[in-house]
Ligand binder design. Sequence first.
Ligand code: SAJ
Length: 445
Amino acid sequence: MEDSIQTVLLSKIQSVDLQVSVIGLGYVGLPLAVAFAEAGFYVTGIDIDAKKVGLIHQSTSYVEDIPNDRLTPLVSNQRLRATSDFDVLDSCDAVSICVPTPLRKTGAPDVSYILSATDAIAKHLHPGMIVVLESTTYPGTTTEIILPHFQQEASGLEVGKDFFLCFSPERVDPGRQDWTTQNTPKVMGGVTSPCLEMGKALYESVIETVVPVSSTEVAELTKLVENTFRAVNIGLANEVLLICHKLGLNAWEVIEAAGTKPFGFMKFLPGPGLGGHCIPIDPQYLSWKLRTLGYTARFIELATEINTDMPRYWVHRVQDHLNDQGKALRGSHIMMIGVAYKKNVSDLRESPALDILQLLQKKGANISYHDPHVPSFELDGMEMVSVEDLDGTLESADCVLITTDHDEYDWPYIHAKARMIVDTRATLHQEHDEILQYAKERSSP
Ligand code: SAJ
């Protein structure tokens, strides 16, 4: 009797004789493609951006987590290739979708990239194919959007028998060295049990721990709960800052002291607001889905309100500091240290520093910035370039506003040089072990 499709697939996975494809070669897709290639699979990365395709062929990485020397051997021995041509899917056994899932201007999910990838795959869907969606999205996307499209375009194929469809959320934390694609546990849900079995077998050949769950909806919601947890707790940390401002206390000291509790507390710190293309966005996917079901996710709405308003809070702090010195914000020179959305990355997406910059400009301030990771950027038609002379600008600025605490900076030096500092990251605040040590010294008889 002819081997079943599942048996053939499992043996191809075990013998690392599978043609794997990854659609979307960004900060999630490229590391995943590299991980599959390093595990010995033949990987074809597909991206509509010809520039990315070209750079990969030159073994030139554009993703901070993947150095060029990890690409070179894979490209030269043809384990990893890249293309913009979706026809390669005809010869692929597995395809992972790692495309962006932004928000529309209305605040509703923009799943257009998932739809394009789904449409492209549907045209090449064939027996023995494993399809895994990794892009963060609302519960129901896999079974309500992808599956019906496949059933419509490839009606002769049965899910769980001829092809296998899963959801497995990405958990990449850009810039992180300790947790990588290979060693970060990966949640996996399948449309059917055979789907889960196939998806799990494929990913276990590359990722140390695959966590099976009972459905794609559970996997989709798991990711949103992870990031909503962060957004809500960052919102609480920001509200602690507002509370401490009212009480005349240092929020970082309070939170670091709370962080000395060895159980039952998880430290989050106040900041300039919520940046990145995940934490500010993903909870909106969940609250949008819940609104369609007539439910308001109040924690998400409240956290969004607090986090979104932080840039305005910090502009008022700059205004108050200048005012204390008899200076108006209008006409003052503000030097911003760091514009990326978080330390040690170059990503500007949703960066609160840009919101602060625009608010300050609207009030007539003259802005310059320095960021070693962002040599220049364009914002609403305005080109800005990182200043060359950091020292000189520190001394001449009416106020130095610290918005991104990159590790490269010598913070005591910057605090000493500046005439006035507003520090959204409390770059000189004591870490909790120092507070612990201080507490021990104070309490010793
Ligand atoms: N932030 C604070 N206070 C905090 C922590 C973060 O204000 O205590 C701010 C950051 O400055 C940044 C934003 O929140 O603007 C998001 O920070 P983040 O550390 O969550 O960074 P992301 O969005 O690059 O990465 C997150 C992952 N982060 C961590 O696990 C630490 C993780 O939640 C997801 O794997 C990833 O998004 C994703 O792709 O979903």
